[in-house]
Ligand binder design. Structure first.
Ligand code: SF4
Length: 369
């Protein structure tokens, strides 16, 4: 159906790229710096390296050494996206190479990415029009995201479906953003999250891909539930994203806010409004999680997975994955049982993790790409 050769299709599936359809790829990325405050809502007790005083004489030296090994700083990131963290489930080292060596990203992956984006956009347009708003500052850009969130909260509160719902939160001291494909209520009144995954192959994904998708959806639920419990404070935005509360909002942003029924002049006004809405909204936690797999070319439904949420699982995984971003451990490639992924990986030729395993008795590591 797709006209692609079967070898290529197998490679795309094995690289985890055949369902690159996340709404988050529609969002803007921007550069960043670090932060130091405790999270307002936590997935669990702080990890060893988060707490504890260091003897003063060693503070500067330790900080200097740590800074140079903190990927968040190396990649100039103020925040991570849910898809960044989910990519670590497939192969953390591959995610790192994708950032370090975009020149090695196969062009067919970019085509798949763009097709996925178009399908998400088409679904979004079924529910509402897109409006372009001119922005003049970083605060303006974030104000637009907050306005989107405020608008969708009221639609959800009225019992209707929303698409491309933004979620924000602080995990392990790191600001994390995501976009939930769809939220709506089942006939029984349960709040249901539906994640759309478009696939190049007309088949359900492998177990390894499902594992990554499942983690992604768990993370959305964690962030959403914390938001509607009132855990997202104005300070979460201001301190972690280094935004200026007293920054006047641009005229187009103020105009857009007015059309949405809000009178705001400074960024802080909007954050206070969001905090108030989240604290007093009566939106429940997400009850039901499902992933819908759709064939990119034909639009045919391939299947639906309903997931049983496991907070302990997501908590442990988040602590482990974010430890890499904070420079608390080195990046890792795949374990031996997943060495088959390397055969289809665009970075196999430069991957130090794989090369380091080449002397391993396991035959999988030795096979060329
Ligand atoms: S070659 Fe293997 S270990 Fe290295 S980045 Fe690719 S999948 Fe990961």
């Amino acid at each position: 159906m797709s006209g692609r050769d079967s070898g290529l299709e197998e490679a795309e599936t094995a690289s985890g790229f055949s369902d690159l359809s996340d709404s988050e790829f529609l969002q803007i990325e921007e550069p960043e710096a670090g932060d130091s405050e405790k999270p307002s809502c936590s997935l669990g007790p702080p990890t060893e390296s988060e707490g504890g005083d260091v003897a003063k004489g060693n503070v500067l030296e330790t900080a200097k050494r740590k800074r140079s090994h903190v990927p968040l700083e190396i990649f100039h990131l103020r925040y991570l996206s849910v898809t960044d963290i989910s990519a670590q489930v497939w192969c953390e080292q591959q995610m790192v190479y994708r950032r370090e060596r975009p020149d090695l990203t196969p062009p067919e992956n970019i085509v798949l990415l763009n097709t996925g984006k178009s399908i998400h956009l088409a679904r979004e347009l079924e529910d509402h029009d897109l409006v372009t708003v001119s922005t003049t500052s970083r605060e303006d850009s974030w104000a637009i995201k907050v306005l989107n969130l405020l608008g969708m909260l009221s639609v959800l509160q009225e019992g209707h479906r929303v698409r491309e719902f933004p979620v924000f939160g602080v995990l392990e001291n790191i600001f994390v953003v995501g976009v939930i494909d769809q939220l709506g209520y089942t006939p029984k009144g349960e709040l249901e999250l539906n994640e759309l995954k478009t696939r190049n192959n007309a088949s359900m994904p492998s177990a390894a891909q499902k594992k990554r998708d499942r983690f992604q959806v768990f993370l959305y639920k964690y962030l959403f539930d914390a938001m509607v419990r009132g855990c997202l404070t104005p300070d979460s935005f201001l301190q972690r994203l280094h935004l200026r509360p007293e920054q006047p909002l641009g005229p187009h942003v103020q105009d857009q806010a007015r059309k949405s029924g809000f009178t705001v002049s400074h960024f802080r006004d909007l954050l206070d409004l969001l905090s108030l809405n989240l604290t007093h909204c009566e939106i429940p936690a997400i009850d039901r999680l499902q992933i819908e797999y759709v064939h990119q070319d034909s639009g045919a439904a391939l299947g639906t997975e309903v997931l049983a949420y496991d907070q302990d699982e997501v908590g442990a995984a988040v602590r482990y994955f974010l430890a890499y971003w904070k420079g608390q451990r080195d990046s890792r490639g795949v374990d031996v049982e997943d060495a088959w992924k390397c055969r289809y990986c665009a970075y196999a030729g430069i991957c130090e993790w794989r090369m380091g395993k080449a002397g391993s008795p396991a035959e999988q590591w030795k096979k060329p790409k």
